[in-house]
Ligand binder design. Structure first.
Ligand code: GLU
Length: 489
């Protein structure tokens, strides 16, 4: 193993967002490519919003996507624990050191006092920052505050007139002036460290060499650099990856459709397709190829081909990629992908016998070429769910014309009679029956297929007619053939 160590450090505050999955993936790909290690750390210091349920969702989603971690939550390692709320004693030790070295200090200001100062600064047209009121308190002053019942926060002393500069793997040279930062809180009055502090302590004590994370953390980086500096620690290499935007160039949100990994899983997307798609959200491969297996991604991935500009989430592209991976599914796998959706509309029971399986497999394979993801099967099964046929609205006139041909009555009647005489209904026997209808009526192709299809489905086009008839079954087919004139009303 190389000494490269990267980490994914999600806050477990909700379902695992695809943006988080993309950050995890870039870290994971880099670690796998460089022979380094990938750590999973849970940043749960936001006590009000963090839940175990969300943590489980993140872990299950990472596993589903095939991103295993070498060190971290559940699997352990030399630098644990890997959940921040279990590391409070570690942060306390570092805080004590900063206090002892006078690099941090206790601040007794209340929220109302801080708010009042911020208001004054704003009124003067200044950018609000801490005014340093508690930066040089005497022991007696501190005692007085304590006696008033105030519990202090801990603030870092941020030096003035400093430039925090670094070379970001994605954004190039970045610099911030320390004067805008002000002494900021690193530990809240309840003893819980803030994100910027805990992340530095963890990244350092876990020997993280490269920090790849979302662009929204770029402005946190100077604060983190101030903490590294106060502690005399080296900073890791940073890489801030761009936002994911919807097609309207607005930040990806629920408005744009599914946003969590679990939602895509539930919709019947394949993990290898989602990984392939996420990799292309911000990373550009060298050639024209758009399909990459996980191994191919590991080989091809490099941070220097990660773009600075925002990535646009294009659902059509995801569908295109998923369609590609679905082609490799066996009939059985295709059924498993569609099954929950067939159950949802009542076409499949909880447990399937062999006959159910055969019928549902036929159903799924019939529409295979029309499916970009599993849930789309629901768009195609209406003909099985409704007792009567309705003509497809946009083509109603054309469809009526088909049924008004003078040979229609004889075609449908002959077909119906032959159907009821069949011993077994399969696509092959249906095919033979249609052939027999042609022979008997002395009509060819279209004049036979078309009226049968329209009478049974209300549509001009669709997948294999032999399969459609088989899926409908004799009874439903006969009833539709009997009632086709209703469609002309
Ligand atoms: N817990 C932070 C988040 O979920 C991690 C940021 C980082 O990687 O430093 O956004």
């Amino acid at each position: 193993m190389s000494s490269m160590k990267v980490r994914f450090a999600p806050s477990p505050t909700g379902p695992f967002h695809i943006g988080g999955a993309r950050s995890a993936l870039f870290n994971w790909l880099l670690a796998r490519k460089e022979g380094g290690s990938f750590i999973l750390r849970i940043e749960d210091t936001d006590l009000a919003r963090s839940t175990r349920e969300s943590e489980e969702n993140i872990k299950a989603s990472l596993q589903w996507l095939g991103m295993n971690w070498d060190e971290g939550i559940d699997v352990g390692g030399d630098n644990g624990p890997y959940r921040q709320t279990e590391r409070l004693s570690i942060y306390k030790e570092v805080t004590d050191r900063l206090l002892a070295e006078d690099k941090a200090y206790e601040c007794f200001c209340t929220n109302d006092e801080l708010e009042a100062v911020r208001e004054e600064q704003k009124n003067r047209g200044e950018t609000p920052k801490y005014n340093g009121r508690c930066s040089h308190l005497t022991e007696a002053e501190k005692e007085k505050f304590r006696a008033e019942g105030r519990t202090p926060t801990i603030r870092l002393r941020v030096p003035l007139n400093k430039t925090y500069a670094f070379d970001d793997m994605v954004r190039g040279h970045v610099s911030f002036e320390s004067n805008g930062v002000g002494d900021f809180v690193i530990v809240k009055s309840d003893g819980i460290p803030v994100y910027n502090f805990a992340v530095v302590v963890d990244d350092h004590t876990m020997d993280i060499t490269h920090v790849i994370r979302a662009e929204e953390h770029l402005s946190n980086t100077p604060r983190q650099m101030a903490i590294y500096e106060a502690l005399g620690w080296d900073t890791p290499v940073f890489g801030h990856i761009s936002l994911i935007l919807g097609k309207d160039y607005k930040k990806m949100s629920k408005r744009h459709g599914a946003t969590s990994v679990e939602q895509y899983k539930d919709l019947g997307y394949l993990p290898e397709a989602l990984v392939n798609f996420l990799a292309l959200l911000g990373w550009a491969p060298e050639g024209e190829e758009e399909f990459f297996t996980q191994d191919e991604l590991i080989k091809a991935f490099s941070m220097d081909r990660v773009a600075k500009n925002p990535a646009v989430f294009d659902i059509d592209k995801l569908n295109h990629i998923n369609f590609h991976y679905m082609k490799a599914l066996s009939d059985e796998e295709l059924l498993q992908l569609c099954l929950p959706h067939l159950q949802e509309v009542g076409l499949a029971k909880e447990t399937l016998n062999e006959d159910d399986k055969a019928r549902l497999t036929l159903l799924c394979t019939t529409f295979r070429d029309h499916l970009s993801f599993g849930a789309q099967i629901k768009d195609h099964v209406r003909f099985l769910l409704e007792d009567t046929v309705t003509l497809e609205k946009e083509a109603a006139e054309e469809l009526k014309q088909v049924l008004q041909e003078e040979t229609v009555a004889i075609v449908l009647d002959t077909f119906k009679t032959k159907l009821t005489e069949l011993d077994e209904l399969t696509p092959d026997t249906v095919k033979a029956t249609i052939k027999a209808v042609m022979k008997e009526t002395e009509l060819k192709g279209k004049s036979v297929f078309m009226p049968i299809r329209v009478a049974l489905t209300g549509q001009m086009h669709g997948p294999d007619l032999n399969n459609i008839v088989t899926l409908l079954g004799v009874q439903a087919a006969v009833s539709r053939l009997d009632n086709y004139t209703d469609l002309l009303k």
